[in-house]
Design a protein around this ligand. Structure first.
Ligand code: NAP
Ligand code: 3JM
Length: 342
């Protein structure tokens, strides 16, 4: 860190599920902050949020809100990122954007610090760095050591995604439906097109012409961009499940060279950002209920895929709001102040 007095940080979308987690992560990791500016919509102006025991009033997110800011963390939705991200960058801030708005822009780096930290250097082109989708982040944190060791030809992934990924209103919707069900009342749905309690919805984000959802294609396209490998095959089925926090993923890979399950376990035991949880004889494997509030990606159920020559199956779980969003963004900011913003 080159500024002992700290940095001026803005959080756009500070009152949301991800924004709130950003404040927690900045505090837990003791990010060096001089001024913290909290931004949201008109609805929240004047509302007070607590950071390190002190109350800070929320201000309006607009084009003039970024004067003097060094790092702007955005999680106020894709259209707000498109509207205000360039203004923040023009004011001199480096923007770390959590939305899908800029991820596939060739001039904007898409970064997971454990996977491709070197890409951060490209931020100077537009002053913006994109945070990948939550499901992509945890999958690639787990796969990176395997990719480096033996190469990966193809990935087949199915996700089991928590409702917190759809924001604060979706958490309420699941809770209300569970209560209504228990009371024998009619279940109401507004956030999702169907009942989410006691159900699985094979539908996250909107459907595209090719029959996949946008969420599924984010996993395909973001993986190729982050690994800088257009030859890698990726196919995804993304499913919303009645879990509050923590996305789970069944990940099947075909590698270029043979790797045994024991070798993958060895790699996971020391991989950056990973915790190996794989003792099936003791019923120990990664669980969504165990990842809430944790910074690591949990990996277990590592097995060889016996239907092909070089295949591995694994189960990957992470806190979608932390590693999937807020933590990854703060880690990017940490690299920025360590290596780039002097
Ligand atoms: P949320 O709980 O609904 O919070 C939305 C936040 O955006 C609130 O702070 C809200 O402020 C603010 N906002 C909404 N409309 C605004 C406007 N017109 N002007 C200014 N601020 C506005 O949603 P969330 O779950 O935190 O997600 C927020 C965004 O983060 C998502 O839309 C997505 O782009 C991104 N995200 C990314 C990932 C990932 O995988 N990397 C995961 C989840 C979310 P008010 O309280 O004032 O309404
Ligand atoms: C996760 O404003 C929006 O439409 C945001 C929707 C959204 C996104 C997104 O596309 O940015 C909600 C939850 C994501 C994401 O990470 O891709």
């Amino acid at each position: 860190m080159s500024r002992p007095e700290g940095y001026n940080v803005a959080v756009a979308g500070a009152t949301g599920a991800v924004g709130g987690a950003m404040l927690d992560v900045l505090e837990r990791r003791n990010f060096p902050i001089k001024e913290l500016r909290l931004l949201a919509s008109e609805r929240s102006v004047g509302k007070k949020l607590v950071f390190k025991g002190k109350e800070i009033a929320v201000q309006l997110l607009d084009k003039d809100a970024f004067k003097g800011i060094d790092v702007a963390l955005f999680s106020a939705g894709a259209s707000r990122s498109l509207e205000f991200g360039p203004a923040a960058a023009a004011a001199g801030a480096v923007v770390v954007d959590n939305s899908s708005a800029y991820r596939m822009d060739p001039e904007i780096p898409l970064v997971i610090p454990e996977v491709n930290p070197g890409a951060i250097a490209q931020y100077t082109k537009r002053g913006i760095i994109a945070n990948p989708n939550c499901s992509t982040i945890q999958m690639l944190v787990a796969l990176k050591p395997v990719y480096d060791k033996v190469g990966i030809k193809r990935i087949v992934v199915s996700t089991y995604q928590a409702v917190s990924g759809s924001g604060a209103k979706a958490i309420e919707e699941l809770k209300n439906q569970v209560k209504a069900y228990a009371a024998g009342k009619t279940l109401e749905n507004n956030v999702y097109p169907h009942q989410i309690a006691f159900n699985c919805l094979p539908h996250i984000d909107s459907f595209l012409e090719n029959g996949y959802t946008k969420e599924e294609m984010k996993m395909v396209n973001e993986t190729r961009k982050i690994f800088e490998d257009d030859s890698i095959g990726v196919t995804a089925t993304t499913v919303r499940v009645p879990v509050t926090f923590g996305h789970s993923e069944s990940v099947n890979i075909e590698t270029n060279k043979k790797i045994t399950a024991a070798e993958v376990k060895e790699l996971m035991a020391t991989a950056d950002g990973v915790r190996l949880v794989d003792n099936p004889e003791k019923n120990e494997y990664p669980l969504a209920i165990d990842c809430e509030g944790k910074f690591e990606t949990l990996v277990g159920r590592i097995r060889e895929d016996e239907s092909i020559e070089n295949g591995i199956n694994m189960w990957v779980v992470a806190d979608n709001i932390l590693k999937g969003a807020a933590l990854n963004a703060v880690q990017i900011a940490e690299v920025l102040i360590k290596d780039y913003i002097k």
